[in-house]
Design a protein around this ligand. Structure first.
Ligand code: DC
Length: 221
């Protein structure tokens, strides 16, 4: 049986930074499920499909073959064989992805791949529904969060460091809208699993969060 850690939480809580570091520390793989959904979002965006047009999204979702591979421990998302890591991190792809990921056929397709990965390797998987739906029997479950002000500021700092022009208030408003959609959708909404440990990172450094998660893994490992 493989060892699985589930990490869920809203956008900007620090899930990917933390999960990547914990994976390295424990020498297990990191599965970024948001990136898989983003691969599907990018596919719809490239086709020019309106993300609100459910029938069109459903009709085309089976054409997108999303796979993961690892290069020097770094996850690479492939969309129909093309490495799309460089294109999936934009706010535009994030907004489309949040809309199409409410649809059951999209989730079914991507969840199947997540099950395969978790069964075949020890991993830390992050997303919105990992502890509640994808890996309900995960060895360790964490719900990572932070205030929306802190999360927006982190995203703002990330984007400005890359030289992108952006507006803090707008980022916070977009993030709150996306969280609302992720938490209130009918299928697999974002919520804390009953047996997940809540870690509020608002006043913690990344090192402190990593330390806390490693402690939790030791206790349950
Ligand atoms: O974590 P992220 O920002 O890369 O995720 C992008 C979107 O994908 C997010 O708004 C909701 C969706 N998502 C999801 O529905 N389920 C997951 N397990 C991961 C992401």
């Amino acid at each position: 049986m493989s060892y699985n850690i589930a990490v869920d939480g809203p956008a900007g809580a620090g899930k990917s930074t933390i999960a990547r570091a914990v994976a390295k520390e424990l020498n297990i793989i990191y599965v970024d499920t948001g990136a898989m959904y983003r691969g599907m979002g990018l596919y719809m965006l490239r086709l020019g499909i309106d993300p609100e047009d459910e029938q069109a999204v459903i009709a085309h979702c089976d054409e997108a073959d999303i796979t993961l591979r690892y290069e020097d421990g770094v996850q690479v998302v492939c969309l129909n064989g093309e490495n799309v890591n460089a294109y999936i991190r934009t706010e535009e792809v994030g907004a489309v992805t949040s809309r199409i990921s409410v649809l059951p056929p999209v989730r079914k397709r991507i969840t199947a791949l997540q099950h395969e990965l978790a069964a075949s390797a020890d991993c830390i998987m992050d997303g919105r529904d990992i502890g509640t739906c994808v890996l309900p029997h995960a060895d360790v479950k964490i719900y990572l969060t932070a205030s929306s002000e802190v999360r927006a500021k982190r995203r703002y700092d990330e984007l400005t460091a890359k030289g992108q022009d952006c507006d803090l208030a707008q980022i916070q408003a977009d993030m709150e809208e996306r969280d609302y959609r992720d938490m209130h959708r009918e299928v697999s909404p974002l919520r804390q699993a009953q047996d997940a440990v809540l870690v509020d990172t608002s006043d913690m450094t990344p090192e402190q969060v990593i330390e806390r998660i490693l402690e939790l893994c030791e206790k349950k490992g």
